[in-house]
Design a protein around this ligand. Structure first.
Ligand code: GLN
Length: 276
C-alpha cells in the first residue's frame, strides 16, 4: 500500500524577514488537505533542506535581496537540491513537481542558464497585468486565467535577455511576459517559465491575496513610497483592482491550485500504477 498523503515541502526563502508569502502559500496549500500535508524548511537562515525521498511537491518561495548572491552555503545546497530533483525526474516514474516563486524563480532561471538577472531602475510593486505568450496560452498552469491576467508583483530585480538557444536545448518555454511599455526603452521581463513538464516558475506572486497586499500597505513608509511612485490616481486604481473578483482573487484561486491539481493527479496516477 502506497502512502496516500501527498507531501509538500515549502522552501522558505524569506531569510527571516517579515512577509505575506508564507501565510498565503499555507492558506492555498491547506485548501488541499487532507489529500496533502506540508512541512516548512527555512533555507536561508537555518540551511534546512528536505530529503527528496520524502516529499512529492516543492513550493519554493519569494525572498528579499539580490538573487545572484547567497552565503556560499545555503545557495550551493539549494542548487544541489534543484539538480537532484531534476535528476530524480529523469530517472524515476513518480515525478517531483516544483513551483518556483519570485526570488526562487530568478535563481532557477540563473541556474539553468536561461537568462540574465539585472537590477531594475525602480521597484516593481503592485497589481500588474501579466501577458501570456503563445506557449502560455496553452499551458495548464494558466488554465482559467484570462489574457492578460492580474498578479501582485514585488521586486527590485528582473529576468531578462533570454538565451533562446538554451531554452530550445532544454525544452524550456517562456509562458508569460511583462506588459508592453512602449514609452520606456526597457525590454519586457520574463514573468513565467515552464522549465520542464514538472518544474515551473513565476516572477510574480501567485499566492498573494488582497489581504496580504493591504497588510503590506499598513506600513506607512511602504504606502507613502508606492503612492509617491504611482501618483494618487494610479494608486487608487490599484486599490480598486484588489476588490475585483477577476483580478487578484482569480489568480490566487487559480494558479497554485492548478499547479497542485496537476501534480496531485499525476502523482495519484503514477503511484497507483506502481502499486498495482
Ligand atoms: N518578492 C521577491 O521574491 C523579490 C525577489 C528579489 N529579491 C527581487 O527583489 O527582485
Amino acid at each position: 500500500m502506497y502512502n496516500k498523503i501527498i507531501k509538500i515541502a515549502i522552501l522558505d526563502m524569506y531569510n527571516g524577514e517579515p512577509n505575506q508569502g508564507m501565510r498565503c502559500i499555507i492558506d492555498v496549500v491547506s485548501r488541499f488537505s487532507p489529500v496533502v500535508s506540508f512541512e516548512i524548511f527555512d533555507v536561508r537562515i537555518k540551511c534546512e533542506f528536505p530529503d527528496i525521498d520524502k516529499f512529492d511537491i516543492y513550493i519554493s518561495t519569494g525572498g528579499p535581496g539580490n538573487p545572484l548572491i547567497g552565503d556560499g552555503k545555503w545557495d550551493v545546497k539549494y542548487y544541489k537540491l534543484i539538480d537532484s530533483l531534476n535528476k530524480w525526474n529523469n530517472e524515476n516514474d513518480i515525478k517531483k513537481h516544483v513551483l518556483f516563486i519570485c526570488h526562487s524563480f530568478q535563481m532557477a532561471c540563473l541556474h539553468f542558464g536561461l537568462a540574465t538577472v539585472t537590477k531594475r531602475s525602480d521597484t516593481s510593486f503592485g497589481v500588474m497585468t501579466i501577458h501570456k505568450t503563445k506557449e502560455g496560452l496553452v499551458d495548464p498552469l494558466f488554465q482559467g486565467l484570462a489574457d492578460p491576467f492580474y498578479a501582485i508583483d514585488s521586486r527590485d530585480y528582473q529576468v531578462v535577455q533570454p538565451k533562446l538557444s538554451i531554452f530550445t536545448k532544454k525544452g524550456a518555454k517562456i509562458i508569460s511576459l511583462e506588459k508592453i511599455r512602449d514609452y520606456v526603452q526597457y525590454e519586457r521581463a520574463i514573468m513565467a517559465v515552464r522549465f520542464t513538464d514538472y518544474f515551473v516558475g513565476t516572477q510574480f506572486h501567485p499566492e498573494a491575496d488582497p489581504i496580504s497586499f493591504l497588510s503590506h500597505l499598513r506600513n506607512k513608509d511602504a504606502k507613502e513610497k508606492i503612492r509617491a511612485m504611482k501618483g494618487k490616481r494610479k494608486f487608487r486604481n490599484m486599490l480598486e483592482d484588489l476588490l475585483d473578483d477577476d483580478k487578484i482573487y482569480r489568480t490566487n484561486e487559480t494558479l497554485i491550485p492548478n499547479f497542485l491539481r496537476i501534480a496531485i493527479n499525476d502523482l495519484m496516477k503514477t503511484k497507483k500504477m506502481l502499486s498495482n
